[in-house]
Design a protein around this ligand. Sequence first.
Ligand SMILES: *Cc1c(COP(=O)(O)O)cnc(C)c1O
Length: 395
Amino acid sequence: MDSIRKRISEINRRYAEVKEAGLYFYLQPLEAVEGAWVACNGRRMLNFASYSYLGLLGHPWIDRSAQQAIERYGTGTHGVRILAGTLPLHAELEQAVARFKKTDDAIVYTSGYVTNLTTVSSLVGRNDVVICDKLNHASIVDGCLLSGAQFLRFCHNDMTDLERRLRQAGPDKGKLVVVDAVFSMDGDIVDLPQVSRLCREHNALLMVDEAHSVGVLGATGRGIEEHFGLDGAIDVKMGTFSKTIPSVGGYVAGDQALITYLKHVARAFVFSAALPPAQAAAAKASLEVIEEEPARVRTLQRNVEMFLGGLKARGFDTLHSQTPIVPIICGKDELAFHMTALCQEFGIFVLPVVSPAVPANLARLRTCVTAAHTEADILHALDVFERAGKRVGLI
Ligand SMILES: *Cc1c(COP(=O)(O)O)cnc(C)c1O
């Protein structure tokens, strides 16, 4: 067999093995999603696998905004933004993002993945250096590889190692540091005060991915700068419309020169069709809801405290999570699959994350708590995790 077919057959072998054992949980269609509840295989379960951190999916004003956009503009954009694809909605959404992130301007794209890919590869090239935290999201890694820049990685959230990498890059090279605000598998928060200080000292540009910090961190959910009281610490503020915000798409917010540059250079903007009207309208309405209903952020932050505290008190290893993303470490892949089976049997919808997405001995349930959960929901889930954890010998 040639190497391509071998690669394909290896994945198929692993898939068949897990499926055969009745432990394959991915790609299950959810027949209904309603607040904190989902229906899966005809069963109602409490959802602890959702990124809808503020419970905005199905919000009447957001739905209505999307419907009005379809009535007015239809379902597509028929072109790239720079030619005939721009609608007033796109400009309004960019203004809303800029206001929310307190920057001059913003640019929007059709996904968060594409935003990272195109932004990193537009900012750095062959003669530059890009420096990443080892746990950065795959879309950042792919952007770095595509850019052709020298690609250096530092140990997770380790500021001594970041400084070593900045020195290694040298004073004369263009330097871009990219980090996640909240790490998407571990739920911990980047040390922004130190990262931004080091970037200033070493004359490096700082880009931060806020996929899991918008709506989550800071008193009004504006993200990591608000969390640390460090407005203006980040040069390139990236985020998505696919998690807290119930739409799809991504953005970069920053100063006018940066946004004008990206609008003429970023290949995913210049060569790919514009965000559909309904999704742009939903994203804009969501930012308005976050601004107008700050109580949702407080509810989320209270729920995080209760959920995380409850898991720790029961003896689970949750790494250094401080956010709604809470890993429940299981160890071996098999154990994570068995925990998932039990939790789903007991009515809690959760999913396992296994290697190679995370290191082989750190397979986990990747749980998410949201503002849509009630205290009773959280207490019930804690009971289920405890029962399942004891059954498989985890606690
Ligand atoms: C989900 C995610 C993305 C990709 O966003 P999409 O809008 O889903 O394409 C990028 N970065 C991080 C950290 C993410 O978690």
